[in-house]
Each structure stands twice: as structure tokens, then as C-alpha cells.
Ligand binder design. Structure first.
Ligand SMILES: *Cc1c(COP(=O)(O)O)cnc(C)c1O
Length: 814
């Protein structure tokens, strides 16, 4: 058996660079070296990938398929190396060649096929599912362009295309032999066949070819490699003749070109609906094709396959599986429905009304006519089955088709056996408010699965200094089992460990300060408090509340230059949906306030604002390890879970938070003394909705501090803003402050004062930071997916190779 050494690794690279690029290793460009190393890494795990798949087949393992319209893996080189146990070896080998692994890893383009939390969760799950040895796969869309690249021009957000595939994608494998056809549009009517069965006949359909691109999801040192399958559109050869011009083809060829850059409000966009059906139909067809290889009766489908609907975008999985069973395989409706409900499960990700997906009936009839017919029948039978059991008004409120709209969440709940929320508070709200009607009907279908994060990426990869301190103090077991982070609690009063943790933090702050200098020209001191709010720009997340507090501090400093506050750098990272003008107004305003404050010598650098452009996974990996303060300040009840709160906690940041989403569980984990809670509770917010007694104008009139801050948006204090300031002012005063910023402002300022005083007491601060790291283990997505596996999918871990076997096997492939 070949053991991988520096020498044979170098030799392998040398050989491959010569073969691929006709240059010597020493002369290879960074791109050439990256692609060579990437393809070598892929070759290393390919044997395990094939073996994993063969094992599933041989053991006839039940597998789960996670359908998600977004995946946000970021870069994969270092993560694959870590999971293969090759990180140190490759680092050393490259270092012999005078190449820095981190620099080389930067060559990789982020795979950014998602907007934010939803897509990132899907990718954390992919890592954890493989790392837990669970038979689970991803299913999604291979967008040619991921989420737009963000730049600031004169403080405004400018969106540039994300051409991530320009230099090719080293990780994917195109599998044309596994392509399937997807049928759209046309006229579908039912006709009796020779056996007297009603079967759909379609005329004038559009047929597209879905070609899968598979990417290996490498488990953490366990020899398991699962599959993320992303579908790309092509025109089938049989259809070539149908298109008279290139323009006509183009419409269809562009179907998988772009990710919709909107993670909450869905416009009635035709392409989006086609995209949804495209990856759903392709995915379900390929799953059924696999099942048929097993030669089992249809009744066994739910024993072999679990399909997960990640938010409602893949909800058409339900009617699509019904179609395949009844139209193509003569299963009776009753049996098909029984199977479908057992196979499907659904996660709800939001309670924001505008984000609950609905499609106009006319559009569905036009784009996916057979799907619509099946949905109508599901809806009709649903109503029929509930009559006499539940009151009519309840039935009507929970129907799938209401008026001229199809409610995708209703379809998802009715057509699946499990509906889960993503944090305790969120799941409770689903039961008590948002989906209460469904909870009355299907109480057993509701459950909670609090989100988690792939801790390996957010600690071991992103924060080596911290990881080293952990190794030295609590040993290395936390790297595999994050619950062992708890061991750090034994060092709460250990000066040496506390000092080392502080040094690790300082090192990451120095690195971030350097990056800030390079990318924005702003000089910040690593001795300042690094106060971080990184997430999509959305009114409910309240970046504006953060900005209002900064303005207050600034005015306080202008009034009293001797004000004793510890210097602070406020760091923002956020993209706004291109059509979301209010969010863009906030970006512009933050940038102008930053200009004003950063260039005002009179405040002696006590506060600085840095808005880093193009927030994505790679930028998150730079910012999070350097954060002292984590801003999680959404209006209580609006953030379903949040995951950046977990990433920041793991890296020792202290959370300033409302009792929203998973913040509640973070508070429970660390205790009130180790988190800074402020603001309205969810009950108080709902009480305001009931009693209609909130008047933001009254707070504005009665509170001079708030008045000064709010007026600054329109009175010329902030240079270079126009309608943006007016829009903000109007939202707060004229439109009665939908997200209660003025109501929470004073309490937020007090919370920030507590942060300031606590930070000045470094002994206390370090201890709080340690307690946060020590208690972050429970937010590992390894645990989350285990619960999905046990409670929802009913899948079991497979036998995993040991670490050694895993690595040695690998080298037989050379
Ligand atoms: C974790 C993450 C998110 C989610 O952030 P929230 O604060 O939970 O909304 C969004 N984008 C990226 C790039 C992330 O890494």
C-alpha cells in the first residue's frame, strides 16, 4: 500500500502539471497549480466516492435527498483536505515549493449558488451528513452565475455578474449518461387508454434536457463521500429542429443561467417557476430510476427513499412523485398518495408573510399544466377528507388553492409527513400562530430542528490560532466531537489559557485589520473592539438600529470629546437584493455615515465604521474569527433561527441580541451573564399587533436623543445622501416603524454600554468569551442532521472506514 508522503505528493503534482499544462511545477501559475492540486484531491477521494455509492446499493440503504434551490458551499479545497486528513501534509509539501496553501486556496472562486442562510445551511448539512456517515445527498441547480458580486460606487451598491465557472470547476463531474428529460407547458388533457385508465396526453410541450453535475461531499476522516447533484439545462437533440432562431433557443438555454438574487420576496417570475419544476422533476425522476434498480414493490419506496423539501421552492416534488407513480407506473391514486406523504418532509424557514411562496393559478396552468391538474386533485381530496372532521372555515383556510393562487406551504404540509421549524421559538410560533390551523389538523406532523453549523469549517479551517489553543488546553477530541468543547469550561479561571485565547483573537484581528486596510484603505486598530453585523441586508434584521446607535455615539463624542469609551470598529457585511430599494438606501447611508465619521479627526479614532463589500462565505471566514461582538438584533419573532450567531459564538464573540430565533437557545446555553440581551420579546411584539398601541411618532416627540438621530437622516448632518435619508425617516416616522426600532433603541444603547464596560474589564470579558466557545458545541450541524436522520428521514449511518483505512485506500488509486 502506498503511504502518501511529501515526496510522492510532489512527484504526483509534478507529473500532473506537466501533463495538463506542459510546464514544470516550479513554473506553474497559481491557477495551474490550484487546478492540478484540486484534480489530485478529487482523484484521491474518487475511490471512496465510488465505494460509498456501491455500498449504498449493495446494502440497499435508505437514502435521503435534500432538495434545495440554493447551496452555498464557498471554497472547497481546504475543507476537502481537512476532511481527507491531508491538510498538514499538503501545507508542508507546498511550503517546500515556496507556495503558501492559504494563498493558493484563495485562487478558488466561491461556489455561491445561494443568497444567504438558507443555502449555507444546506451546505453545512451536506458536510455534516457525509461526516456522520449518513446516506444523504443534495439535489439542486447548477447556476452559471451565482449570487452577484457587490461593489460600492460612491457608497451605492453595484451588482456585477459572478462568473464563477469562467476557469472551470475542478470539483464537478458532468454525467450526460444520467441526464433526464423534463416536460413543460403545452396542452394536457386526459384520455382513456385501452385498459380504461385515464391518462394524460400532452401536445405542444417543451422538452428540456437536465444534465447532472455531481460534486463529492467528503466526510470528515471517515472514508465516506456523498453526492451533491446539481442540474444544468440543455436542449435535447430531438428538439433541436424546433427552434427557428438562436434567440428562441436562448430562452430555454438560459433557464439555469442565474440564481434569483432575492431570498425573501418572490416576484411572480416565470423563469423561477420553471427552474423549480426543472430541478424537482429531474431529481425525482433520477431517484425513482435508482429505486427501480432495486426491484422492489412501490410500497417499499418510503423504506428506501426520503425526500426533503428545503423551504417551499421544491414543493412540486409532491405532485411530481404522484405523476410518476400514477401516470407512468399505474399506481392507484390512493396508494401513490400514501407513498408520497411517507417519502416527503418539509422545513419551513420563515414567518415573514411576504416570503410565503404562492403562484398564480394561470401561471401554473401555463408552465406546468400536469402539475396543476394533480394539485387540483390533491386539493379536492383534501377538502373532501376533512369534511365532517373539521369546521368548514378551517378547511377553507388551509386549502392549497385559494382564489387564484396556489399556496406552496400548504401543499408542502399536506403532502408530507413532517413539517419542522429551525429553532425552538420559530417552531413554537409555527404551531401557535403562523401555521396554527395546520397544527390543529396535523399536530403530529410538527417538530423542531434547531439549525446548526459545520463547526469544522467555522473553527478548524477559519481559525487556526484558536484551534491550536484548544488542542493545547483540552486535547483534540473536539475536532471530531464538538460537544467536547465543553471541556474548556474547566479553564474559566486559568490565566494562561485565557491569555492564549486573547492572543489568538488578537492575531485574527490583526489579519482582518490588514485586509481592511488593503481593500478599503481604512486604518483600524486591532486594539479596538471589533463589533460585527454580517448578514443579508433586510429591514427586519435592523442594520439601521445598529447605525442609529453609532450615530448616537458619534453625537455624544462630538458633544463630549473626552467621553470615556473603549475604541470600537463597527464592521458590516451585507448584500441587498437588487430590487430592494429600501435595503439599498440603508447601505448607501451606512457608507456615508462611515465617510463622515472615519474622516472626522475630532473624535480621535474612537469609533470607525467599515462596510466590507461582497459579503460571502470566504469573507465570513475572515471576519468571524476576528469578531469581539456579534450583533443579532432582529425584531423578536422575525429571524427564524440565524446561523451567523452560532459561527460568531464559536469564535468567542459576545452576542448582543434580542430574544429571537436561536439567540434564545444561545442564551440558554451560556446563561444571562454571558450574553447581552435587550429589546422587546416576541410576546410583546405580538401584543402590539393585537392592541395597535404603537406610535413611533410619540417616541420621537418625547425622546430628544432619538429625535436628533432620526433628524440627522434628513437635516443635512450626513453629507451626500438624498432620498435615502428621507426614505429611512419616512419608514420610522410616517409609516410607524414596522420593526419597532425606536421602541428598542434605548434598551439597545444600554446593552451597548454594558458591552463597553465589560470590555474594559478584560479579565471578565475573556472569561465570557471562553464560556461562549465552550458552549457552542451544541450548535453543530452534525447533531442537527443526526436528529433529521432519526426523527424525520429514518436513515442510518453506514459502516465507515477508520481514519487509517480511509487514507491508505485512497492511495491505491495512483
Ligand atoms: C452564515 C451565513 C449567512 C447567514 O447569516 P444570518 O446572520 O444567520 O442571516 C449568510 N451568508 C453567509 C455568507 C453566511 O456564511
Amino acid at each position: 500500500m502506498t503511504i502518501l508522503t511529501k515526496e510522492n505528493l510532489k512527484e504526483e503534482l509534478r507529473q500532473r502539471v506537466r501533463e495538463s499544462y506542459a510546464v514544470e511545477l516550479e513554473d506553474a501559475s497559481a491557477d495551474e497549480l490550484f487546478f492540478t492540486l484540486g484534480s489530485l484531491v478529487k482523484a484521491i477521494y474518487n475511490d471512496n466516492w465510488r465505494e460509498t455509492w456501491k455500498n449504498y446499493l449493495k446494502e440497499e440503504q435508505k437514502q435521503s435527498y435534500y432538495f434545495s434551490i440554493e447551496f452555498l458551499p464557498g471554497k472547497m479545497l481546504k475543507s476537502n483536505l481537512l476532511n481527507l486528513g491531508l491538510l498538514d501534509l499538503v501545507r508542508d509539501t507546498l511550503s517546500d515549493l515556496d507556495v503558501d496553501l492559504d494563498d493558493l486556496a484563495d485562487v478558488e472562486k466561491d461556489m455561491a449558488l445561494g443568497n444567504g442562510g438558507l443555502g449555507r445551511l444546506a451546505s453545512c448539512f451536506m458536510d455534516s451528513i457525509a461526516s456522520s456517515g449518513l446516506p444523504g445527498n443534495g439535489n439542486g441547480i447548477r447556476y452559471d452565475y451565482g449570487l452577484f458580486k457587490q461593489q460600492f460606487v460612491d457608497g451605492h451598491q453595484v451588482e456585477l455578474p459572478d462568473e464563477w465557472l469562467n476557469n472551470g470547476n475542478v470539483w464537478e463531474i458532468r454525467r450526460p449518461s444520467k441526464a433526464v428529460n423534463v416536460h413543460f407547458a403545452g396542452d394536457v388533457y386526459l384520455k382513456e387508454n385501452e385498459n380504461g385508465q385515464l391518462k394524460p396526453v400532452a401536445e405542444n410541450e417543451i422538452i428540456l434536457r437536465a444534465v447532472p453535475y455531481d460534486t463529492g461531499m467528503v466526510g470528515y476522516q471517515n472514508g465516506i463521500v456523498n453526492t451533491m447533484r446539481l442540474w444544468s439545462v440543455e436542449i435535447p437533440a430531438s428538439e433541436e429542429g424546433k427552434y427557428k432562431s438562436i434567440e428562441e433557443r436562448r430562452v430555454y438555454e438560459d433557464l439555469t443561467a442565474v440564481l434569483y438574487p432575492d431570498d425573501s420576496n418572490e416576484r411572480g417570475r416565470m423563469t423561477r417557476l420553471i427552474q423549480e419544476y426543472f430541478f424537482v422533476s429531474a431529481g425525482v425522476q433520477s431517484i425513482v430510476r435508482y429505486f427501480q434498480k432495486l426491484n422492489k414493490p412501490w410500497s417499499a419506496l418510503s423504506e428506501k427513499v426520503a425526500i426533503h423539501i428545503n423551504d417551499t421552492h421544491p414543493a412540486l416534488c409532491i405532485p411530481e412523485l404522484m405523476r410518476i407513480l400514477i401516470d407512468e407506473n399505474d399506481v392507484t391514486w390512493e396508494q401513490a398518495w400514501d407513498i408520497t406523504v411517507k417519502v416527503m418532509s418539509y422545513t419551513n424557514h420563515t414567518i415573514l408573510a411576504e416570503a410565503l411562496e404562492k403562484w398564480p393559478v394561470y401561471l401554473m396552468k401555463q408552465i406546468v399544466p400536469r402539475m396543476y391538474q394533480i394539485i387540483e386533485e390533491i386539493d379536492r381530496r383534501y377538502v373532501e377528507s376533512m369534511r365532517g372532521i373539521h369546521p368548514e372555515d378551517l378547511i377553507q383556510r388551509t386549502r392549497i388553492i385559494q382564489g387564484d393562487q396556489v399556496h406552496m406551504a400548504n401543499l408542502s404540509i399536506i403532502g408530507s409527513h413532517s413539517t419542522n421549524g429551525v429553532a425552538k421559538l420559530h417552531s413554537d410560533l409555527l404551531k401557535s400562530v403562523v401555521l396554527h390551523d395546520f397544527y390543529v389538523i396535523y399536530p403530529d406532523r410538527f417538530n423542531n430542528k434547531t439549525n446548526g453549523i459545520a463547526q469544522r469549517r467555522w473553527s478548524q479551517l477559519a481559525n487556526e490560532p484558536l484551534s491550536n489553543v484548544l488542542d493545547e488546553s483540552i486535547g483534540q477530541t473536539w475536532r471530531k466531537d464538538s460537544s467536547d468543547l465543553k471541556l474548556l469550561m474547566n479553564y474559566q479561571n486559568d490565566e494562561k489559557v485565557l491569555e492564549k485565547l486573547a492572543q489568538a483573537k488578537h492575531q485574527k484581528k490583526e489579519e482582518l485589520a490588514e485586509y481592511i486596510q488593503e481593500t478599503t484603505g481604512i486604518t483600524v486598530s486591532p486594539n479596538a473592539i471589533f463589533d460585527v453585523q454580517i448578514k443579508r441586508l433586510h429591514a427586519y434584521k435592523r442594520q439601521l438600529l445598529n447605525l442609529m446607535h453609532i450615530l448616537k455615539l458619534y453625537f455624544d463624542l462630538k458633544d463630549n470629546p473626552e467621553l470615556d469609551i473603549h475604541p470600537r470598529v463597527f464592521i458590516f457585511g451585507a448584500k441587498a437584493a437588487p430590487s430592494y430599494t429600501y435595503a439599498k438606501a440603508i447601505i448607501k447611508t451606512i457608507n456615508e455615515v462611515a465617510n463622515m465619521i472615519n474622516n472626522d479627526a475630532s473624535i480621535q479614532d474612537k469609533i470607525k465604521i467599515v462596510f466590507l463589500p461582497n459579503y460571502n462565505v470566504s469573507l465570513a471566514e475572515r471576519i468571524i474569527p476576528a469578531a469581539d461582538v456579534s450583533e443579532q438584533i432582529s425584531l423578536a419573532s422575525k429571524e427564524a433561527s440565524g446561523t451567523s450567531n452560532m459561527k460568531l459564538m464559536l469564535n468567542g464573540a459576545v452576542t448582543v441580541a434580542t430574544l429571537d430565533g436561536a439567540n434564545v437557545e444561545i442564551r440558554d446555553a451560556v446563561g444571562d451573564e454571558n450574553i447581552c440581551i435587550f429589546g422587546l420579546t416576541e410576546e410583546e411584539v405580538y401584543a402590539y399587533y393585537e392592541n395597535h398601541e404603537y406610535y413611533s411618532k410619540q417616541i420621537y416627540d418625547e425622546n430628544p436623543v432619538i429625535r436628533r438621530v432620526v433628524d440627522s437622516f434628513v437635516d443635512g448632518t450626513i453629507p451626500n445622501i438624498g432620498y435615502e435619508g428621507r426614505e429611512i425617516y419616512d419608514s420610522l416616522i410616517r409609516y410607524n416603524d414596522e420593526y419597532f426600532l425606536l421602541r428598542d433603541f434605548d434598551d439597545y444603547c444600554r446593552a451597548q454600554e454594558r458591552i463597553d464596560t465589560t470590555y474594559k474589564d478584560q479579565a471578565l470579558w475573556r472569561k465570557i468569551s471562553l464560556v461562549n466557545i465552550a458552549n457552542a458545541g451544541r450548535f453543530s450541524s452534525d447533531d442537527t442532521v443526526r436528529l433529521y436522520a432519526e426523527d424525520i428521514w429514518q436513515i442510518e449511518p453506514i459502516f465507515a472506514h477508520t481514519e487509517k483505512e480511509g487514507t491508505s485506500n485512497v492511495f491505491n488509486s495512483f
